[in-house]
Design a binder for this molecule. Structure first.
Ligand SMILES: NC(=O)c1ccc[n+]([C@@H]2O[C@H](COP(=O)([O-])OP(=O)(O)OC[C@H]3O[C@@H](n4cnc5c(N)ncnc54)[C@H](OP(=O)(O)O)[C@@H]3O)[C@@H](O)[C@H]2O)c1
Length: 289
Protein backbone atom coordinates (compact mmCIF):
# COMPACT_ATOMS: atom_id res chain seq x y z
CA UNK A 1 0.00 0.00 0.00
CA UNK A 2 0.93 3.68 -0.09
CA UNK A 3 2.52 3.70 3.36
CA UNK A 4 4.76 0.77 2.50
CA UNK A 5 5.77 2.45 -0.71
CA UNK A 6 6.81 5.57 1.17
CA UNK A 7 8.72 3.51 3.69
CA UNK A 8 10.80 1.99 0.94
CA UNK A 9 11.58 5.20 -0.85
CA UNK A 10 15.23 6.15 -0.87
CA UNK A 11 15.86 9.60 0.58
CA UNK A 12 17.93 12.06 -1.43
CA UNK A 13 20.59 14.28 0.12
CA UNK A 14 22.73 16.70 -1.87
CA UNK A 15 25.46 19.28 -1.93
CA UNK A 16 25.11 22.34 -4.16
CA UNK A 17 28.05 24.43 -5.26
CA UNK A 18 29.97 25.68 -8.25
CA UNK A 19 32.40 24.07 -8.88
CA UNK A 20 31.46 20.89 -7.03
CA UNK A 21 33.59 18.16 -8.64
CA UNK A 22 36.15 17.99 -5.85
CA UNK A 23 33.68 17.85 -2.96
CA UNK A 24 34.41 14.98 -0.57
CA UNK A 25 30.99 15.23 1.07
CA UNK A 26 29.26 12.65 -1.17
CA UNK A 27 31.74 9.86 -0.39
CA UNK A 28 31.74 10.75 3.32
CA UNK A 29 27.93 10.82 3.71
CA UNK A 30 27.20 7.84 1.46
CA UNK A 31 29.64 5.77 3.53
CA UNK A 32 27.76 6.81 6.70
CA UNK A 33 24.35 6.01 5.20
CA UNK A 34 25.54 2.51 4.40
CA UNK A 35 27.25 2.12 7.82
CA UNK A 36 24.01 2.99 9.64
CA UNK A 37 21.75 1.11 7.18
CA UNK A 38 19.93 4.25 6.13
CA UNK A 39 18.31 4.01 2.70
CA UNK A 40 19.58 7.30 1.30
CA UNK A 41 21.86 8.71 -1.39
CA UNK A 42 23.93 11.88 -1.33
CA UNK A 43 24.68 13.51 -4.68
CA UNK A 44 26.69 16.56 -5.77
CA UNK A 45 24.97 19.16 -8.00
CA UNK A 46 26.76 21.92 -9.84
CA UNK A 47 24.26 24.76 -10.11
CA UNK A 48 24.58 28.13 -11.81
CA UNK A 49 23.72 31.13 -9.67
CA UNK A 50 20.69 32.08 -11.79
CA UNK A 51 19.29 28.59 -11.24
CA UNK A 52 19.79 28.42 -7.48
CA UNK A 53 16.20 29.21 -6.50
CA UNK A 54 14.79 26.80 -9.10
CA UNK A 55 17.18 24.08 -7.93
CA UNK A 56 16.09 24.55 -4.31
CA UNK A 57 12.40 24.44 -5.28
CA UNK A 58 13.13 21.27 -7.25
CA UNK A 59 14.87 19.60 -4.33
CA UNK A 60 11.96 20.53 -2.09
CA UNK A 61 9.44 19.16 -4.57
CA UNK A 62 11.44 15.94 -4.81
CA UNK A 63 11.25 15.54 -1.03
CA UNK A 64 14.97 15.86 -0.36
CA UNK A 65 15.97 14.93 3.21
CA UNK A 66 18.41 17.80 3.35
CA UNK A 67 21.40 19.32 1.61
CA UNK A 68 24.68 21.14 2.06
CA UNK A 69 25.83 24.37 0.45
CA UNK A 70 29.36 25.17 -0.49
CA UNK A 71 31.16 27.96 -2.34
CA UNK A 72 29.63 30.30 -3.59
CA UNK A 73 26.13 29.67 -2.17
CA UNK A 74 26.38 29.70 1.63
CA UNK A 75 24.96 33.25 1.84
CA UNK A 76 23.00 33.31 -1.42
CA UNK A 77 20.80 30.41 -0.27
CA UNK A 78 19.29 32.31 2.66
CA UNK A 79 16.41 34.10 0.84
CA UNK A 80 15.23 30.74 -0.53
CA UNK A 81 14.86 29.03 2.86
CA UNK A 82 11.76 28.93 5.09
CA UNK A 83 13.72 29.41 8.33
CA UNK A 84 17.29 30.07 9.43
CA UNK A 85 18.53 29.30 12.93
CA UNK A 86 19.99 32.04 15.12
CA UNK A 87 23.71 31.26 14.80
CA UNK A 88 23.49 30.81 11.01
CA UNK A 89 21.52 34.06 10.72
CA UNK A 90 24.18 35.94 12.71
CA UNK A 91 26.95 34.42 10.60
CA UNK A 92 24.92 35.20 7.48
CA UNK A 93 25.73 31.82 5.96
CA UNK A 94 24.11 28.40 5.82
CA UNK A 95 26.01 25.22 5.00
CA UNK A 96 23.35 22.70 6.06
CA UNK A 97 19.63 22.57 5.25
CA UNK A 98 17.14 20.20 6.85
CA UNK A 99 13.82 19.43 5.16
CA UNK A 100 11.48 19.38 8.15
CA UNK A 101 8.20 18.12 6.71
CA UNK A 102 8.36 20.43 3.71
CA UNK A 103 9.95 23.34 5.55
CA UNK A 104 13.57 24.07 4.62
CA UNK A 105 15.54 25.11 7.71
CA UNK A 106 19.09 26.46 7.42
CA UNK A 107 21.94 25.87 9.87
CA UNK A 108 25.63 26.62 9.95
CA UNK A 109 27.77 23.73 11.21
CA UNK A 110 31.13 25.16 10.03
CA UNK A 111 31.94 27.16 13.17
CA UNK A 112 30.74 24.50 15.61
CA UNK A 113 32.49 21.90 13.46
CA UNK A 114 35.72 23.83 13.87
CA UNK A 115 35.14 24.12 17.65
CA UNK A 116 34.46 20.38 18.00
CA UNK A 117 37.69 19.67 16.12
CA UNK A 118 39.60 22.10 18.33
CA UNK A 119 38.13 20.35 21.38
CA UNK A 120 40.08 17.25 20.34
CA UNK A 121 43.22 19.24 21.28
CA UNK A 122 41.85 21.45 24.09
CA UNK A 123 38.70 20.90 26.09
CA UNK A 124 37.99 24.57 26.85
CA UNK A 125 38.75 28.00 25.42
CA UNK A 126 37.96 29.75 28.69
CA UNK A 127 40.52 32.51 29.36
CA UNK A 128 42.57 31.71 26.24
CA UNK A 129 44.05 34.23 23.81
CA UNK A 130 43.07 33.44 20.24
CA UNK A 131 44.27 34.88 16.93
CA UNK A 132 42.32 34.34 13.72
CA UNK A 133 44.14 34.99 10.44
CA UNK A 134 41.66 35.97 7.74
CA UNK A 135 38.30 37.72 7.73
CA UNK A 136 36.33 35.85 5.07
CA UNK A 137 33.32 33.54 5.36
CA UNK A 138 35.06 30.74 7.23
CA UNK A 139 36.69 33.20 9.66
CA UNK A 140 33.27 34.70 10.37
CA UNK A 141 31.70 31.34 11.25
CA UNK A 142 34.66 30.42 13.47
CA UNK A 143 34.89 33.84 15.15
CA UNK A 144 31.19 34.07 16.10
CA UNK A 145 31.19 30.49 17.36
CA UNK A 146 34.36 30.82 19.45
CA UNK A 147 33.18 34.18 20.85
CA UNK A 148 30.54 32.24 22.82
CA UNK A 149 33.19 30.03 24.48
CA UNK A 150 34.48 32.67 26.95
CA UNK A 151 38.02 33.17 25.65
CA UNK A 152 39.99 36.14 27.00
CA UNK A 153 40.42 37.72 23.55
CA UNK A 154 39.94 36.83 19.92
CA UNK A 155 42.06 39.09 17.74
CA UNK A 156 41.77 39.15 13.98
CA UNK A 157 44.50 39.82 11.46
CA UNK A 158 43.84 40.13 7.75
CA UNK A 159 45.48 41.42 4.58
CA UNK A 160 42.64 43.92 4.30
CA UNK A 161 42.44 45.26 7.83
CA UNK A 162 39.11 47.04 7.27
CA UNK A 163 37.49 43.63 6.75
CA UNK A 164 38.84 42.48 10.11
CA UNK A 165 37.42 45.64 11.70
CA UNK A 166 33.99 45.10 10.12
CA UNK A 167 33.96 41.51 11.31
CA UNK A 168 34.66 42.61 14.88
CA UNK A 169 31.88 45.21 14.66
CA UNK A 170 29.45 42.64 13.34
CA UNK A 171 30.00 40.09 16.12
CA UNK A 172 26.73 39.79 18.08
CA UNK A 173 28.38 38.17 21.11
CA UNK A 174 30.36 40.08 23.76
CA UNK A 175 34.07 39.52 23.19
CA UNK A 176 37.28 41.53 23.49
CA UNK A 177 38.83 41.81 20.01
CA UNK A 178 41.33 43.94 18.10
CA UNK A 179 42.07 44.07 14.38
CA UNK A 180 45.73 43.94 13.35
CA UNK A 181 47.66 44.13 10.13
CA UNK A 182 49.58 40.96 9.27
CA UNK A 183 52.85 42.73 10.18
CA UNK A 184 51.57 43.87 13.58
CA UNK A 185 50.15 40.43 14.41
CA UNK A 186 53.43 38.81 13.50
CA UNK A 187 55.24 40.86 16.16
CA UNK A 188 52.91 39.74 18.97
CA UNK A 189 52.49 36.05 18.26
CA UNK A 190 53.83 35.04 21.68
CA UNK A 191 50.61 36.45 23.20
CA UNK A 192 48.43 33.71 21.76
CA UNK A 193 47.49 30.24 22.97
CA UNK A 194 45.62 29.41 19.77
CA UNK A 195 46.30 30.61 16.20
CA UNK A 196 43.81 29.79 13.45
CA UNK A 197 44.68 30.18 9.75
CA UNK A 198 41.56 30.70 7.60
CA UNK A 199 42.86 32.39 4.43
CA UNK A 200 43.37 30.78 1.02
CA UNK A 201 47.15 31.04 1.45
CA UNK A 202 48.67 27.56 1.53
CA UNK A 203 46.31 26.09 -1.04
CA UNK A 204 47.10 25.81 -4.73
CA UNK A 205 48.04 28.15 -6.45
CA UNK A 206 49.51 29.62 -3.25
CA UNK A 207 50.74 26.31 -1.83
CA UNK A 208 54.24 27.65 -1.20
CA UNK A 209 53.21 30.77 0.66
CA UNK A 210 52.18 31.45 4.22
CA UNK A 211 50.28 34.46 5.62
CA UNK A 212 52.64 34.84 8.63
CA UNK A 213 56.19 33.55 9.08
CA UNK A 214 55.34 32.39 12.63
CA UNK A 215 58.76 33.53 13.82
CA UNK A 216 58.10 34.48 17.41
CA UNK A 217 55.27 32.10 18.24
CA UNK A 218 55.77 30.33 21.54
CA UNK A 219 56.27 26.55 21.64
CA UNK A 220 53.14 24.69 22.74
CA UNK A 221 50.82 27.09 20.91
CA UNK A 222 47.90 25.36 19.24
CA UNK A 223 48.04 26.18 15.54
CA UNK A 224 45.19 25.23 13.22
CA UNK A 225 44.93 25.60 9.47
CA UNK A 226 41.45 25.00 8.07
CA UNK A 227 42.93 24.04 4.70
CA UNK A 228 43.04 20.25 4.22
CA UNK A 229 44.50 20.03 0.76
CA UNK A 230 47.48 19.84 1.17
CA UNK A 231 47.17 18.03 4.50
CA UNK A 232 50.10 19.99 5.87
CA UNK A 233 50.35 23.54 4.55
CA UNK A 234 53.68 25.30 4.67
CA UNK A 235 52.21 27.34 7.54
CA UNK A 236 51.43 24.22 9.59
CA UNK A 237 54.83 22.74 8.83
CA UNK A 238 56.48 25.88 10.19
CA UNK A 239 54.21 25.81 13.26
CA UNK A 240 55.21 22.19 13.92
CA UNK A 241 58.91 23.03 13.53
CA UNK A 242 58.46 25.87 16.05
CA UNK A 243 57.04 23.47 18.64
CA UNK A 244 53.34 24.12 17.98
CA UNK A 245 50.59 21.55 18.39
CA UNK A 246 49.08 21.53 14.93
CA UNK A 247 45.78 20.53 13.36
CA UNK A 248 44.74 20.62 9.71
CA UNK A 249 41.35 21.33 8.15
CA UNK A 250 40.25 17.70 8.10
CA UNK A 251 38.92 18.03 11.64
CA UNK A 252 36.67 20.99 10.82
CA UNK A 253 35.50 19.31 7.63
CA UNK A 254 34.71 16.02 9.35
CA UNK A 255 32.91 17.64 12.30
CA UNK A 256 30.83 20.01 10.13
CA UNK A 257 29.76 16.92 8.20
CA UNK A 258 29.10 14.92 11.36
CA UNK A 259 26.90 17.71 12.74
CA UNK A 260 24.98 17.91 9.45
CA UNK A 261 24.51 14.12 9.46
CA UNK A 262 23.21 14.31 13.02
CA UNK A 263 20.68 17.01 12.05
CA UNK A 264 19.40 14.81 9.21
CA UNK A 265 19.35 11.42 10.92
CA UNK A 266 19.56 11.97 14.69
CA UNK A 267 22.78 9.91 14.70
CA UNK A 268 26.10 11.51 15.65
CA UNK A 269 28.36 9.44 13.41
CA UNK A 270 31.71 7.75 13.90
CA UNK A 271 34.16 10.61 13.21
CA UNK A 272 37.22 8.35 13.18
CA UNK A 273 35.67 6.45 10.31
CA UNK A 274 34.92 9.76 8.56
CA UNK A 275 38.57 10.80 8.91
CA UNK A 276 39.64 7.51 7.36
CA UNK A 277 37.24 8.02 4.45
CA UNK A 278 38.68 11.48 3.81
CA UNK A 279 42.31 10.34 4.09
CA UNK A 280 41.62 7.56 1.62
CA UNK A 281 39.89 10.02 -0.66
CA UNK A 282 42.84 12.41 -0.51
CA UNK A 283 45.26 9.52 -0.93
CA UNK A 284 47.07 10.84 2.12
CA UNK A 285 48.49 9.74 5.41
CA UNK A 286 47.56 10.69 8.93
CA UNK A 287 49.27 14.03 9.36
CA UNK A 288 49.20 16.24 12.42
CA UNK A 289 46.46 15.15 14.65
N1 LIG B 1 38.06 22.67 6.63
C1 LIG B 1 36.86 23.09 6.31
O1 LIG B 1 35.86 22.43 6.60
C2 LIG B 1 36.69 24.40 5.60
C3 LIG B 1 35.43 25.02 5.57
C4 LIG B 1 35.29 26.24 4.93
C5 LIG B 1 36.40 26.82 4.30
N2 LIG B 1 37.60 26.17 4.35
C6 LIG B 1 38.78 26.79 3.71
O2 LIG B 1 38.94 28.09 4.25
C7 LIG B 1 39.55 28.95 3.32
C8 LIG B 1 38.82 30.29 3.26
O3 LIG B 1 37.50 30.11 2.81
P1 LIG B 1 36.46 31.34 2.88
O4 LIG B 1 35.18 30.82 2.40
O5 LIG B 1 36.53 32.01 4.20
O6 LIG B 1 37.09 32.33 1.78
P2 LIG B 1 36.83 33.89 1.59
O7 LIG B 1 35.55 34.29 2.23
O8 LIG B 1 37.05 34.16 0.16
O9 LIG B 1 38.01 34.60 2.46
C9 LIG B 1 39.32 34.56 1.98
C10 LIG B 1 40.29 35.08 3.02
O10 LIG B 1 41.62 34.83 2.52
C11 LIG B 1 42.33 36.06 2.43
N3 LIG B 1 43.21 36.03 1.25
C12 LIG B 1 42.90 35.59 0.02
N4 LIG B 1 43.96 35.75 -0.80
C13 LIG B 1 44.94 36.28 -0.04
C14 LIG B 1 46.29 36.68 -0.31
N5 LIG B 1 46.82 36.55 -1.53
N6 LIG B 1 47.03 37.20 0.70
C15 LIG B 1 46.50 37.33 1.95
N7 LIG B 1 45.22 36.97 2.26
C16 LIG B 1 44.47 36.47 1.27
C17 LIG B 1 41.25 37.13 2.30
O11 LIG B 1 41.82 38.35 2.68
P3 LIG B 1 41.19 39.77 2.12
O12 LIG B 1 40.02 40.06 3.02
O13 LIG B 1 42.31 40.72 2.29
O14 LIG B 1 40.80 39.53 0.70
C18 LIG B 1 40.20 36.57 3.27
O15 LIG B 1 40.57 36.85 4.61
C19 LIG B 1 39.59 28.17 2.01
O16 LIG B 1 40.91 27.66 1.86
C20 LIG B 1 38.62 27.03 2.24
O17 LIG B 1 39.00 25.87 1.52
C21 LIG B 1 37.77 24.99 4.98
Amino acid sequence: DKLDEEKHMKTLYAVIGNPIGHSMSPVMHNDLFSLYHIDASYLPFQVQEDDLQTAVKGLKALGVGGFNLTVPYKSKIIPFLDEVDELAASIGAVNTVVNDGGKLIGYNTDGVGFLRGLNVLMSSLKGKNVLIIGAGGAARAIYFTLAKENPQVIDITNRTITKAESLIEACPYPISSNAYSLDAAEKNLALYDVIIQTTLIGMSPKAFEQPLTLNGMKPGTIVCDIIYNPLETQFLQKARQNGGKTQNGIEMFVFQGALAFEKWTGIFPDVERMRETIFTQLGGQHVNR
